[in-house]
Design a protein around this ligand. Structure first.
Ligand code: NAD
Length: 368
């Protein structure tokens, strides 16, 4: 039995609660022929309490060594006053930086059973399945100069720099092309080439790469503001959307809300492909935070975390059948009405975090 190395970093707040449910799923797959070697370590506030840092050097070594990292959530009021450099989020930023995770994948899937939880009409979102690929390590969040300067007259001027190179645009576009080939073969590239030079270059390079390496795929260019509008008007027109760091931040949050609750949204962050093994460094995490308001109460929806593990099955381990099986099990459990409070149907009884994990494990057995 092949084993896959997983590092579990549950973190703070509801992180450990939702990670426990993933461990049940991992255990089920182990009994059914897909083995995982798991290690667990601290990150965020819990790592700060133990080591005075948001992630220890030993945990970083384990992360480098793992085939995939599963990350829960970090932060909470307890650590609001800790020094900036060691705040809980610093652990996640260090992981992203040191593992070179430049591609952020955020699927937005609307399960039929949850179509009424969306703020949009059922017919607009039912069956929605799109993937937003956001460039994560470049662009205006990192470009220099980045400063606030005081002018001679005492007023101030703030500067952020939007900056992209050919190589950065090419590598994120390749990730989008690869994903589209496993989906519906369509890529929409979003930028602002009408007003930004970085957008002009983005469009040129995506077009050039499409001609050279992606002619089997349908490519469309869409201005980022129009893309935002289309996401709420007719989101099902999209398959894979590829975009930069800033636009991706905004567009993926819009897409997220199409599907209902924060507790439903998984994500993946991928690094460069290793030329020898063909594998990528990868970190999988729910989009939500540590939810201190419900932590410790057994109320958290574990599906975003379990879905993140599903993405690891698909994108890190190539276990497409296992990933499909897990998604089907999640969909069936949702359809059966076994839901946490955040997604419970009006008037229906909500169940706890553990009940959802148990129901998914039971459904996996029923399906296989
Ligand atoms: P949050 O995502 O933790 O919570 C927002 C709201 O959504 C809360 O009402 C919460 O109860 C609810 N919610 C979130 N996840 C849920 C789930 N799985 N099931 C049911 N309900 C869920 O965001 P916040 O309140 O802005 O931040 C809380 C803490 O989390 C802060 O310390 C913040 O810095 C941190 N945070 C961490 C990450 C991360 O680790 N990647 C991301 C965002 C926020």
């Amino acid at each position: 039995m092949a084993t896959h190395k997983l590092l579990l970093l549950p973190g703070d707040g509801i992180g450990p609660e939702v990670m426990r449910e993933v461990e049940k799923i991992v255990g089920w797959f182990a009994k059914n022929g897909v083995g995982f070697e798991t290690e667990t370590d601290l990150v965020g506030g819990s790592a700060y309490d133990a080591h005075g840092a948001a992630i220890s050097e030993a945990a970083m070594v384990r992360a480098q060594d793992a085939d995939a990292v599963l990350f829960g959530a970090v932060g909470g009021p307890k650590w609001d006053g800790v020094p900036y450099a060691v705040r809980p989020e610093a652990g996640l930023l260090r992981l992203r930086k040191d593992l070179g995770l430049f591609a952020n994948l955020r699927p937005a899937i609307c399960y039929p059973a949850l179509a009424d939880a969306s703020s949009l009409k059922r017919e607009v979102v039912e069956g929605l399945d799109i993937m937003i690929v956001r460039e994560l390590t470049g662009g205006v969040y990192f470009g220099e100069p980045k400063e606030i300067v005081t002018l001679e007259d005492g007023s101030q001027r703030a500067v952020d720099t939007q900056l992209y190179t050919t190589a950065e645009i090419e590598r994120i576009t390749r990730v989008a092309f690869d994903l589209a080939r496993k989906r519906r073969n369509k890529v929409s590239s979003a930028e602002k080439s009408n007003v930004m030079k970085s957008g002009v270059l983005w469009r040129q390079i995506v077009s050039r790469l499409h001609k050279a390496e992606g002619s089997d795929l349908q490519l469309e260019h869409v201005l980022a503001d129009n893309c935002a509008m289309q996401l709420v008007r007719n989101p099902k027109q999209f398959d894979v959307i590829v975009t930069d760091n800033l636009f991706g931040d905004i567009l993926s949050d819009i897409a997220a809300m199409l599907t209902g609750s924060l507790g439903m949204l998984p994500s993946a962050s991928l690094g460069a492909e290793d030329p020898k093994s063909g594998t990528r460094k990868a970190l999988y995490e729910p989009v939500h935070g540590s939810a201190p308001d419900i932590a410790g109460k057994g109320l958290a929806n574990p599906i975003a975390m379990i879905g993140s593990f599903g993405m690891a099955l698909r994108y890190s381990f190539g276990l497409v059948e296992a990933a499909d099986l897990l998604e089907k099990a999640i969909a069936n459990v949702l359809a059966s009405g076994t839901r946490t409070k955040d997604i419970a149907a009006p008037g229906a009884n909500a169940v706890g975090t553990q009940d959802v994990g148990d129901a998914i494990v039971k459904e996996l057995s029923a399906l296989s």
